[in-house]
Design a protein around this ligand. Sequence first.
Ligand code: CA
Length: 207
Amino acid sequence: MKLATLILGTSMCILVEGLSELLKNPGFEQGTSNWQHDGFNMEAEVTHVHSGLSSVKCTGRSKSNQGPRQQVYVTPGGRYAFRAYIQLIDSIDIQLYEKVVVKIRFTWKDDGPVTDFAVCSRPNLSSADGWVQIGADFAVPDREYTEAILYLQGLSPEVSFYFDDASLKEIPENLNWESEANTRIEQLRKSNLHLKQVFSVETLINR
Ligand SMILES: [Ca+2]
């Protein structure tokens, strides 16, 4: 069962790698272009990056909901994968660990109350962790909207951070995923001696 999960997870990662990027300037290689930042400083950073030549450095925050934000265009009911990398620059003394949350704020077409839809959450962050990947696969509410803003929030006011390599991609429906995964599992069982050895070690540990 664990092997099946591993193989499925690996194939999903490969699948997401080849899909179109929906964010504009996702790796901040064009500085802060296409990203909004209200009430705090967000500037291009070239000496401390996760990849490429540039990240952004966010400082001067005074509220927990201050973070980079960008308008996104997602299909109601669709499935998406979000990933990004964050590194805290400093932590507040009284709070050793921080929690960061990524949300999408939907303004609905039917005039219902605005919804802050949670995409992913990452607790226990500290500046000692270095770059940390955040993200999740998620399903968008099946409801028409007029505006969707992806944003990062949750860090204590005054906590500064670097941000890089954000990504939002649609995960296509693959109705054949189960049979394809079973085929891969069967092929690996018959042909890959190394994976059989991993199984044996796992069996010993579980005894
Ligand atoms: Ca970059």
